[in-house]
Design a binder for this molecule. Structure first.
Ligand code: AMP
Length: 282
């Protein structure tokens, strides 16, 4: 496995691979890797000749009062996990030089970023779209792998790829959970013992929704009321709780077709997100 820190070293390795006709699978991450990230890596390993994992805590996607400086950075541990998973290149761009001194470009995907995380985290998806497009330009992957855990992010990246004709296939991987249902996240490391217990209410509330839908409850307002009461007993703040169309992220009032339930809550000072996709047929 190669650890690469500069664009020059990365591009020279990948140019060589491309000339040999090899396919490139790319997994962008911010590090502190867990089984969720590794499920993306595993799929990339299965489907491509070369696997590149980037580890970069992207300052552009953090708001002023968010956890950029606190975000866990465990490079050695991450590199060991990547090596074990059969990754060919770990790309660790330098925080200072990745964007350069005079970096003036922002990629903005409109409409679908006005809601959910986009509505409460100003500029977040500009930061995500900018770093992902920049990484796509450098790596020119055949396929790129994203987790359904960050549902809105997937929709934003797919839109970006469509709008700007990026020649890459976006592959979406299911959410990996702890045995009690909590979705794996690098931010789970922030949780105290009691907060970790409280956080399990997120998946319970999502499952309760699925149960209600299966039992024939079709009214979004009623489902949201029930979820809100389940969540508010254990979390400190509900950032949002929405049921939307799974492709457009538009609000739905009646449960029908391909929909997604999305939740963002604070447990203590830690912000956690999760979601559940459903296909509702009458
Ligand atoms: P991050 O390091 O948080 O930026 O995540 C990097 C990638 O891993 C993103 O595409 C995430 O959606 C994905 N990911 C994070 N947590 C999970 C999880 N629990 N299950 C599946 N994918 C995940």
């Amino acid at each position: 496995m190669n650890k690469v820190r500069t664009k020059k070293a990365l591009v020279s390795y990948l140019d060589h691979a491309r000339k040999q006709g090899l396919s490139i699978g790319f997994v962008p991450t911010m590090g502190c890797l867990h089984a969720g990230h590794l499920s993306l890596v595993r799929r990339a390993r299965k489907e491509n000749d070369i696997v590149v994992v980037s580890i970069f805590v992207n300052p552009l996607q953090f708001g002023k009062n968010e956890d950029f400086t606190q975000y866990p950075r465990v490079e050695k541990q991450d590199a060991a996990l990547c090596k074990k998973a059969g990754v060919d290149i770990v790309y660790l761009p330098d925080q200072k030089t990745f964007y350069g001194e005079h970096f003036y470009t922002t990629v903005h995907v409109s409409h679908i970023t006005n809601t959910l995380c986009g509505a409460v985290r100003e500029g977040h998806f500009d930061g995500v779209a900018t770093v992902v497009l920049k990484l796509f330009q450098q790596i020119q992957p055949t396929r790129a792998y994203f987790g359904q855990k960050d549902y809105q992010q997937v929709i934003v990246i797919k839109q970006l790829v469509r709008d700007l004709d990026c020649d890459v296939k976006i592959c979406v991987c299911p959410i990996v959970r702890e045995s009690d249902g909590l979705a794996l996240s690098s931010r789970n490391t922030y949780l105290s013992g009691q907060e970790r217990v409280n956080a399990t209410c997120i998946y319970r509330a999502l499952k309760e929704t699925r149960g209600m839908v299966r039992d024939g409850q079709a009214k979004v307002a009623q489902i949201k009321r029930k979820m809100r009461s389940l969540l508010s007993a254990h979390v400190d703040k509900i950032d949002y709780l929405e049921i939307v169309d799974a492709e457009t992220l538009a609000n739905v009032s009646v449960l029908q077709g391909h929909i997604v339930v999305l939740v963002a809550v604070y447990v203590g000072t830690t912000r956690l997100i999760d979601n559940l996709v459903m296909r509702v047929t009458k």
